[in-house]
Design a protein around this ligand. Structure first.
Ligand SMILES: Cc1cc2nc3c(=O)[nH]c(=O)nc-3n(C[C@H](O)[C@H](O)[C@H](O)COP(=O)(O)OP(=O)(O)OC[C@H]3O[C@@H](n4cnc5c(N)ncnc54)[C@H](O)[C@@H]3O)c2cc1C
Length: 382
């Protein structure tokens, strides 16, 4: 199926963004005989703001991509504890649950596999513009121009390209449009099989074990909370997060393994389009679900799987570009729209300290309701 290169910078598919969505798709498409270039603006290995809990539904696909998860001795997570800002706690089992692995390790291992099988993986290479003309994409980086028949946008929750493409969500303002994420690795004396989610006013913080001896401590909150604390992360943790008794203990007692907090801002949960100017979006670039649902990485991976099955038909001339775009949008909505809607409802609900306290105390005696909520936010293995 492989098409001859027109010139050294021409590829069948160009993938922008080397996170989970982009890396796994590059591996699958390269294995199917297509010429793939992948651009990642950072240099591997690197840390990323993420809770690092992956739902079990993704296990098989990651192994299919060549990751030997079984040999990595990863913590298997089967218990969930959720606390309200006042410390009231719900305990629930997770079946089948998930596993913990740092993005530093995971993305780096996938990048190594991609390179080994022949993906042209260009890290430390930021895409600055993409143009579509006469059925061909022109992709500009700092140093070169590349061409390709297909461009996949796997560049995550927020990128310079959203502004270039004038995407609607990037211009939206109001509720759900400006969140901040912060991550640390810490040493903790908590069970390996447990993920905890602790709510505080306008945010929540997760903690669970990853590979090695570290625990990932990661939270999401509003930009307003940070502003109220003079844009000082430590101040915000003391004034707002540590009102939750669990977080007070963890932030005081657990040794932090990073020199400084890893933080990202301008996280926007507004809905997005899965195709934009013929660029096919996947992962966070196509739509974001609240991390409270613990399942965004699986959505990114699942979209990668869908595309790895669809794109070869386009290159075999079984699907036109129009048909490909239509089919992908349909499949994407079918697979993810309910999860996204549920996620948005949960996200708006958990913003309010008073409502969260009530929500947790009302749910506590009804485990079947908790089970239902967990099910609505998770998918089946793919
Ligand atoms: C606070 C927080 C906690 C989370 N916790 C969890 C969790 O516990 N479990 C879970 O399943 N999900 C969680 N998520 C979500 C998860 O991190 C994302 O859904 C997942 O990383 C999406 O993968 P992706 O491949 O779409 O994007 P990413 O992994 O973000 O990858 C995108 C890549 O594109 C690169 N890039 C961007 N612009 C350009 C450009 N112009 N040129 C080249 N490269 C570019 C970036 O450097 C980045 O490496 C959390 C998110 C947040 C904010």
């Amino acid at each position: 199926m492989q098409t001859p290169l027109l010139h050294p910078h021409h590829f069948d598919c160009a993938i922008i963004g080397g996170g989970l969505a982009g890396l796994t798709l590059s591996i699958q498409l390269q294995k199917k005989g297509l010429n793939i270039v992948l651009f990642e603006k950072e240099e591997y290995p690197f840390h990323k703001v993420c809770g690092e809990y992956i739902a079990m539904e993704s296990w098989n696909y990651l192994e299919e991509c060549g990751l030997k998860l079984r040999e990595m001795n990863l913590p298997q997570i089967t218990k969930l504890h959720v606390s309200a800002p006042n410390g009231n706690m719900i305990k629930h089992s997770l079946n089948p649950g998930g596993f913990g692995i740092s993005r530093y390790t995971l993305d780096n291992e996938l990048a190594k596999i991609a390179k080994q099988i022949g993906v042209e993986l260009l890290d430390d290479t930021k895409v600055i513009d993409v143009k579509f003309e006469n059925e061909l994409f022109h992709i500009n980086t700092q140093n070169n121009v590349y061409t390709s028949k297909i461009v996949l946008g796997a560049y995550g929750k927020r990128s310079n390209l959203d502004i270039k493409l004038k995407r609607n969500f990037a211009q939206s303002s109001g509720k759900n449009t400006n969140y901040v994420g912060v991550k640390y690795h810490v040493k903790a004396n908590l069970p390996d099989d447990l993920i905890e989610l602790h709510n505080f006013s306008d945010g929540y913080c997760g903690i669970s074990k990853v590979d090695g001896e570290s625990y990932c401590l990661c939270y999401l909150t509003t930009a307003d909370n940070l502003k109220k604390s003079g844009n000082d992360i430590k101040e915000m943790e003391q004034r707002i997060l540590m009102k939750n008794p669990f977080l007070e203990k963890y932030f005081t007692e657990f040794p932090i393994l990073f020199d400084a907090p890893l933080a990202i801002s301008q996280i926007n949960f507004s809905s997005k389009k899965s195709i934009e100017n013929h660029i096919i979006m996947l992962g966070d670039a196509a739509g974001l679900i609240t991390p409270l649902c613990g399942n965004e990485m699986s959505m990114a991976l699942h979209a990668s799987k869908i595309l790895s099955e669809l794109l070869p038909s386009y290159f075999e001339n079984k699907l036109s570009r129009r048909e490909l775009e239509k089919l992908y949008s349909k499949l994407w909505n079918k697979q993810f729209s309910t999860r996204l809607k549920t996620g948005r409802i949960i996200q708006s609900f958990f913003g309010n300290q008073w409502l969260t306290n009530i929500f947790i105390s009302v749910l506590k005696p009804f485990p079947f309701l908790i089970k239902k909520i967990v099910e609505l936010t998770h998918g089946k293995p793919f």
